[in-house]
Design a protein around this ligand. Structure first.
Ligand code: NAP
Length: 265
């Protein structure tokens, strides 16, 4: 262990769930690399906010632009992080997109399928490969309570819930759930735990177009805890993992869905 705050890369952290994760990690004393795809202003706002909630004078924050679906951009992002902090300790793979159009699977386009697989599955899978190889080959002293490093995948209830107007999204998330299992198995001997977080219906830009639909479903009892999830809900779960509170649980799937996954009769 070192006195240097551990450095966590959170992808898709300019808004929504990723922003909530970055804020909680900042309040927990971590340095955070805040990735975003295109919205520089949002990243600067997030950096300012992280500084407000920061709890350690040695913490540092870095907004870093990169399209996670682009291999060159991923590599450059990692190089930028190592250059700035001299290390990376954890990755929270949160960036993701919904299909531009919710189309029935009898009509949905191959173009949308490819875009979602590239962004939601291929990008996080190979970004994990890059971070894992860094963790395996680095001589940096561990700075996390939990081990040499940590990987967290943000998937979705769509990993196991069939939505026929978002088949591409569901398949990308189901694939990402398997990616989490594969990386957990591969890194289990290396003191690098891997977890999957499955958010349910969360209040962010991603769901803004279907607010009324989900309001009605929630009022109707779809979510046992009777409310939307928030970025803070997910951020608190990530902070608990990164703090090392699940030391014997690599590969665990943690539902942050208000009980959505409970089957009842
Ligand atoms: P959001 O509000 O739409 O925010 C998406 C974030 O991802 C933004 O920061 C965006 O950056 C970033 N992003 C998108 N494409 C990217 C790319 N190619 N490279 C890098 N960053 C990219 O979405 P959210 O609701 O917070 O969702 C976050 C994650 O949770 C996603 O993986 C999503 O699938 C998952 N999830 C969401 C819900 C929900 O109900 N909202 C439920 C389950 C799972 P810019 O600001 O630069 O565009």
């Amino acid at each position: 262990m070192t006195n240097t705050p551990a450095v966590i890369l959170v992808t898709g952290a300019s808004r929504g769930l990723g922003r909530g994760i970055a804020i909680e990690l900042a309040s927990g004393g971590y340095s955070v690399a805040i990735n975003y795809a295109c919205n520089k202003q949002a990243a600067e706002e997030c950096e300012a906010l992280c500084k407000e909630v920061a709890s350690d004078p040695n913490q540092q924050f870095l907004p870093v632009q990169a399209d996670v679906s682009d291999p060159t951009a991923r590599k450059a992002m990692l190089e930028t992080i190592i250059e700035k902090f001299g290390r990376i300790d954890g990755l929270v793979s949160n960036a993701g997109i919904a299909p531009k159009v919710r189309a029935d699977i009898t009509e949905a386009s191959e173009e949308s399928f490819q875009e979602l697989i590239k962004t939601n599955l291929q990008g996080p899978y190979f970004l994990t490969q890059e971070v894992a190889n860094h963790l395996l080959n680095t001589k940096q002293k561990p700075a996390l309570n939990s081990g040499k490093g940590m990987i967290v995948f943000v998937t979705s209830i769509s990993s196991h819930t069939a939505s026929i107007s978002r088949g591409d999204y569901c398949i990308s998330k189901a694939g990402l759930s398997m990616a989490a299992q594969l990386w957990a198995q591969r890194l289990s001997d290396e003191n690098i735990p891997v977890y999957e977080l499955r958010p349910g219906i969360m209040k962010t830009d991603m769901t803004s177009a279907v607010t009324e639909k989900y309001d009605a479903l929630i009022a109707d009892g779809l979510v046992p805890q009777h409310r939307w999830g928030t970025p803070e809900d997910l951020g608190k779960a990530v902070l608990s993992l990164v703090d090392g509170n699940f030391p014997f649980s690599t590969g665990a799937v943690i539902d942050v869905d208000g009980g959505f996954q409970i089957r009842s009769l």
